[in-house]
Design a protein around this ligand. Structure first.
Ligand code: BGC
Ligand code: CA
Ligand code: CA
Length: 339
């Protein structure tokens, strides 16, 4: 098979809303998602990401090419127009492209004017060429604008897990479950996160006036689910340490996610308390596979399940809008730990 004679495989990439600074530095925004790999050919490979705004399509290419040649190039074709960026550091690239040297390669940040808003997906091709070796590798796909990647923070404080909202929670920003994945209205939760030592602490204050645990399925009982990926891999399936941690309004816990959920079950402890108009959940999740530290980014989501009798009548999340968060981590938001 001669790959040069085959049409390219058309891939898909989401471009969440954001306006990164085109300066060659890797913004926090780029760290919220993993780079999409561009296959290695010889010594050359790259990682790719995209973001979108009303005016621009932003693209990041992290190129690995140890043979530093100023005429190495990255060529972008966006909506039929071609733009070539040379490796040459400090080259006057103008306001719309920037190049920076990295260990073993270079980074290109660029933005391109987007086509008419009516076009649902932009055709993009990225070709990385190593001038001296003559090798090239490329990525071809359709890039779709999506809502911004959700980001919140967890301050370094330790609450008492007893269902009473203690003052330790005050500095933690509050997020809300405003993304309905089932039904048209129902229970909502306000949530916060803290961390201390090897443990993440979670709080949910749920508005749900009628509470039920009648269903045999825990996700059809009034309950809160916290989704945690210590490595923020944004993977299609669950890794061994990714977890769906569920706590019912009466404090019963259940977990889901990886092939062996029992392996993470022991990491969860929780308390629940009824309050007028709803309930409060406080939970502690030990994360033994990583070292929690200032700046760490974790994949994170919150879901509230609203039961009416024996059926779930609505479910709402903070981030994931696909309803697949229980088996796909790629649309969770991000939780950043802070000192
Ligand atoms: C989902 C359900 C799923 C369950 C499995 C829930 O979060 O909303 O659809 O069946 O998790 O644990
Ligand atoms: Ca930047
Ligand atoms: Ca209910």
């Amino acid at each position: 098979m001669d790959p040069a004679k085959l049409p390219p495989l058309v891939r898909r990439l989401e471009a969440p809303a954001a306006t990164p600074k085109v300066d060659g530095k890797r913004d926090l925004e780029w760290d919220l998602l993993p780079d999409t790999p561009i296959a290695r050919v010889g010594d050359v490979s790259a990682g790719l990401q995209a973001r979108s705004s009303a005016k621009w399509l932003y693209v990041l290419a992290e190129v690995r090419d140890p043979d530093d040649d100023r005429s190495d190039t990255v060529t972008f074709t966006v909506g039929g127009k071609t733009y070539t960026v040379r490796r040459e550091d400090g080259h006057p690239h103008g306001p719309d492209t920037a190049v920076q040297k990295t260990t073993g390669g270079y980074r290109v940040e660029a933005r391109f004017p987007t086509g008419p808003a009516a076009v649902p997906a932009t055709d993009v091709a990225v070709t990385v060429a190593d001038a001296s070796g003559g090798t090239r590798t490329s990525w071809t796909g359709k890039v779709t604008s999506t809502p911004a990647v959700k980001l919140t923070t967890a301050p370094n404080r330790r609450p008492v897990v007893d269902g009473a909202v203690d003052p330790a929670w005050a500095p933690a920003p509050e997020i809300r479950t405003a993304t309905l994945i089932q039904g048209t209205s129902g229970a909502t939760a306000r949530a916060r996160a803290l961390w201390s030592g090897d443990t993440l602490y979670l709080l949910a204050q749920v508005a749900d006036p009628t509470l039920s645990e009648q269903s045999a399925n825990p996700w059809e009982q009034d309950s809160v689910e916290f989704f945690l990926d210590p490595g923020n891999g944004k993977t299609r399936g669950y890794g061994d340490d990714d977890g769906q941690y569920r706590i019912s309004f009466s404090g019963k816990t259940s977990v889901g996610g990886p092939l062996d959920p029992a392996a993470i079950a022991g990491n969860l402890t929780a308390a629940a308390k009824a309050v007028p108009g709803g309930y409060v959940i406080e939970a502690a999740v030990k994360l033994p596979t990583i070292t929690l530290r200032d700046g760490a980014l974790l994949g994170f989501d919150v879901q509230v399940n609203d039961a009416t009798g024996a059926a779930r009548t609505s479910a709402a999340t903070w981030s994931d809008s696909t309803g697949q968060g229980y088996r796909d981590t790629s649309h969770w938001g991000v939780l950043q730990l802070r000192h």
